[in-house]
Design a protein around this ligand. Structure first.
Ligand SMILES: [Zn+2]
Length: 322
């Protein structure tokens, strides 16, 4: 029979892994919950180091609780975050595990996502300080956290923007299938399309980048401007941000050159690329799966029958939130 602790732990694990955040952030929170982060007090206990003073403030012992909640600047960051958390008021919380327990009991998956990305960004800040002696300020920490947060449901664009969700699938020895759906602020489809590259089997990131470029080309042909492109591929999104940061041409591989093409196509527009969870990209994922059957095709003001109930589900979800 499972003990009550293990049952409890599995609930905590489940809540953490359903939070609206990048997987690496959720993994960090799970490690923090299990007191497995290599903080100095842990390294001291293992006999690896002889002093567990916090490397950031030099004032306390670096426990997980200190590193992620109680270090002076960390407290300021939590207070300035969207959660407005005042660590000083958490009198009955003694460990990070206790606090995470409390969070999963009280917060929905969006707020829990914010907790995960901030904890991850704080740990990143601490490591940048330890390894590179570089101090990241509040704006840098929050920007890092924001880049790791993504919703798990479809959120409409603000009028008059168009949102384009896209996705690609690669099936070995069969080919690469792509799908895109363009929707307006009410959730209504303006167009959708499929594409199929027979016998062309790419790495996932390459397939997603090819799909992004194809979705950009289709948007141009359909005369959509100010498009928010949305992917659920974390690797593509991270790589895109790297490309956007570089001013010069950094084409060192095929993925870079594909994304450079996309950057050129986006120049002079107000279009952008954002990241969403699988739940927010389910229409595109389903369209892409059907691309193996449909091949190259465009639907105007519509989607294929197989994806229509997913479009309806997103729109209904929208209405329920109003
Ligand atoms: Zn400290």
């Amino acid at each position: 029979m499972a003990s009550s602790t293990s049952v409890c732990n599995s609930v905590v694990q489940d809540r953490i892994f359903h939070a609206e955040a990048a997987p690496r952030c959720k993994k960090l929170v799970w490690n923090a919950y299990r007191e497995e982060l290599p903080v100095r007090s842990l390294l001291l206990a293992k006999g690896i180091i002889e002093n567990d003073t916090c490397p950031c403030c030099g004032k306390g012992n670096e426990t997980t609780m200190h590193a992620l909640l109680q270090c002076e600047e960390v407290k300021t960051i939590w207070f300035g975050s969207p959660l407005g958390l005042r660590v000083e008021t958490m009198h009955d919380i003694n460990t990070v595990s206790e606090w995470i327990h409390e969070c999963v009991a009280l917060l929905d998956k969006r707020a829990m996502g914010i907790v995960c990305v901030i904890m991850w960004a704080l740990w990143h800040r601490r490591n940048v300080w330890v390894l590179r002696q570089k101090k990241l300020g509040f704006p840098e920490v929050m920007a890092k956290a924001c880049s790791m947060f993504f919703p798990d449901e479809w959120i409409p664009p603000l009028y008059p923007h168009v949102k384009a969700n896209f996705s690609a699938f690669v099936q070995d020895n069969v080919g690469t299938a792509m799908g895109v759906v363009y929707r307006d602020s009410t959730g209504a489809p303006l167009a959708s399309a499929t594409n199929f590259m027979e016998k062309e089997c790419f790495e996932v990131e390459i397939a997603e980048a090819l799909c992004y470029r194809w979705a950009l080309e289709r948007a141009g042909e359909l005369c959509f401007c100010d498009v928010i492109f949305e992917t659920d591929c974390q690797e593509l999104y991270s790589h895109w941000n790297e490309i956007m940061k570089e001013k010069g041409n950094i084409e060192t591989c095929y993925l870079d050159s594909l994304l450079e093409d996309c950057r050129i196509m986006l120049r002079w527009t107000r279009s952008s690329l954002t990241l969403v969870g699988w739940g927010g990209n389910k229409v595109a994922r389903n369209i892409a799966l059907e691309a193996f059957v449909y091949g190259e095709r465009v639907w105007t003001e519509d989607v294929m029958d197989e994806a229509s109930h997913f479009v309806l589900a997103d729109a209904t979800n929208l209405q329920n939130q109003i």
